[in-house]
Design a protein around this ligand. Structure first.
Ligand code: 9MR
Length: 577
């Protein structure tokens, strides 16, 4: 199966920043350099040159050449690139390319909210729906949820939060990284001199019910999840008090489509885990420092919960979520929690300045380890990098020599991601091997771009910013499939992602995912039956299909959109570069 991939000239179908890198990839039989022309919307040739042969690209199996037209800096709309008799999709050169993506990618979270009606006046009538999982029939939760048999004998009100992805589950570890990335995108605007997004991430920048409440909307959105995460903590007086339940979801898997308010399945709390508890500690600590000036009482609740969680995790350091606990919801298994311990200690140190947390983080073997995986990326299961990035950027009493080492580790990782990007004919910061194209590969690419963006914030070295731009180019169309993985962005974009809510492909009365929703991306493991039969034998970058059935290549997820939101916010700030 080889899909029609349109014109053989692959560009960022949305656009390029005037001062940024401008690269394209051409699929061709030719092995000698080819002439290229950049044309204005009116058809005038505004620049020309010759392409660079790259041979056969490992990730796609295609013979390709690359075009670099970075020298063109004149803003305009409707440019096309013509090479080898083929005309690319049109694109802009504009400093505003990423401005709306910053808001769209964050708007996704409102559409994923659980336990509240979704207001069509805010995000479009097609997205309006009643509150889900508030115990109104046929729903059975989430206001009074029992544990799985034998796990506990209390019930918890765990309403709210975001639905994780295309399912109706709510998972503390994935909520943790997603919340971290939203909070970090906000905190960056306060700490990075290279950010000019303070206003762009302020109040009334998102279409959320809380707009106009004098609190930056991104914090309002993150709080929706934080309140849920706090509810997942085991109450005082109970066994394992202070720990966090790993997850809450349906007893059995449900089919598609299924609106949240129509889900009849019993909801169940799964056992507490050390990983979930440390996620609560880490984001609780972030919450405590970032909300203090907006809501002191909430910040204090977060601080208390974070400290309690951290102590509970130390008392129960090896309670692991099992890979076999995957009925009715994802497993989110994790039996290595040294990284969660490190991340939580960092966040608590940054918030409290307490020497005990500093001692814990410096004693961690991960403190001096390379926490940035050159072959993959950080993610929900591998979170030491989250702590490292914050230790490098958030003002603290960390001794200067230590801080220099921490920062050097970030730029060293960024250097490796630049090497990886240079080796790719499609320019993305990911190695070309099948092993790099895993479930949610798009989030790995974006997370590596987050490291690049942070390295730019730390150094102002434009090479790092350019690497981050190239990751966005890949997402928005410069790839083997010639498609944008962000709904509503680019000529040819993913819009049939796996979702029980936005299941337009199955029921035309339902909407597609909202603009700004990121698809999981190419997954060489093709781990769902639909992709497995359709894509068997695929080259890594081709292991993707924009079909609602393919949950292992084409799901929406909060941890992917949080990465996109961070990157879009960073890039929007570079518009004048
Ligand atoms: O993102 C998760 C990925 O890293 C795992 O390989 C995969 C299989 O365990 O699960 C992914 O997470 C899914 C979760 O288990 C259930 N909700 C949807 C998530 C995104 O596909």
């Amino acid at each position: 199966y080889l899909p029609d991939t349109g014109p053989r000239v692959r560009v960022n179908q949305v656009g390029y920043l005037p001062g940024g890198p401008k690269n394209a990839t051409v699929v061709t039989e030719a092995t000698d350099p080819l002439p290229w022309q950049l044309r204005s919307a009116a058809g005038t040739v505004v620049a020309s040159g010759t392409s660079a042969p790259r041979g056969v690209d490992a990730a796609s199996g295609q013979n390709v050449q690359t075009v670099d037209f970075s020298a063109v800096k004149t803003p305009g709309t409707g440019y096309t690139l013509v090479v080898d008799g083929e005309t690319s999709h049109p694109f802009d050169i504009s400093g505003a390319v990423y401005d709306r993506l910053r808001a769209d990618s964050l708007q996704f979270f409102y559409a994923q909210r659980s336990g509240t009606p979704i207001d069509g006046d805010l995000i479009g009538a097609a997205y309006a729906r009643p509150a889900g999982h508030l115990g109104v029939a046929p729903n059975q939760g989430d206001t009074d949820v029992p544990c799985q048999p034998g796990v506990c004998d209390y019930r918890l009100d765990v309403r709210g939060g975001w639905y994780d992805a295309g399912d109706h589950g709510k998972y503390v570890v994935n909520g943790g990284i997603a919340t971290y990335q939203l909070l970090n995108a906000f905190e960056r605007t306060k700490t990075a001199e290279t950010a000019d997004g303070g206003a762009a991430l302020g109040d009334a920048t998102l279409r959320v019910p809380e707009r106009g409440n004098q609190v930056p909307d991104i914090l309002d959105e993150a709080r929706w999840e934080l309140e849920f995460l706090l509810r997942m903590q085991v109450p005082a007086g109970q066994p394992l008090a202070g720990m966090a339940h790993h997850k809450i979801h349906d007893r059995a898997w449900t089919g598609l489509p299924l609106a949240p308010q129509d889900d009849p399945q019993p909801r169940e709390l799964h056992p507490p885990s050390t990983a979930a508890t440390l996620n609560l500690a880490a984001v609780g600590a972030q919450c405590a420092r970032l909300y203090a000036r907006y809501d002191a009482a909430f910040a204090q609740r977060c601080r208390d919960a974070a400290k309690t969680a951290y102590a509970a995790a130390k008392a129960h350091p090896a309670i692991y979520a099992s890979v076999t606990d995957g009925t009715g919801g994802g497993a989110y298994e994790d039996d290595k929690v040294a990284d969660e311990f490190y991340w939580a200690a960092v966040e608590l140190f940054l918030t409290t300045g307490d020497k005990a947390y500093l001692a814990d983080l410096t004693a961690s073997p991960l403190h001096t380890a390379d926490v940035f995986d050159a072959g993959g990326a950080f993610g929900w299961q591998s979170v030491a990098a989250l702590g490292r990035l914050d230790l490098a950027t958030v003002p603290s009493t960390l001794p200067a020599t230590e801080k220099a080492k921490v920062r050097a580790s970030v730029t060293a990782a960024a250097d490796r991601y630049l090497d990886a990007a240079r080796a790719q004919a499609y320019g993305l910061p990911l190695p070309g091997t099948a092993g790099a194209y895993v479930w949610g590969s798009n989030s790995n690419i974006v997370n590596n771009a987050v490291v690049l963006g942070t390295a730019f914030d730390l150094t102002r070295d434009a090479r790092y910013r350019d690497g981050a731009v190239q990751a966005a180019d890949y997402l928005l169309g410069r790839n083997a499939l010639n498609m944008s993985y962000v709904t509503g962005w680019g000529e040819q974009n993913a819009h049939n992602q796996h979702s029980r809510i936005f299941a337009h492909q199955l029921d035309p009365a339902l909407p597609n995912p909202p603009a700004g929703s990121l698809a999981g991306g190419a997954n060489a493991g093709i781990q769902d039956p639909y992709a497995a039969q359709l894509l068997a034998g695929c080259a890594p970058m081709f292991c993707y299909v924009d079909d609602i059935n393919s949950y292992s290549t084409n799901e929406i997820a909060i941890n992917w959109n949080s990465a996109l939101a961070w990157l879009a916010s960073f890039l929007a700030d570079q518009g004048d570069a």
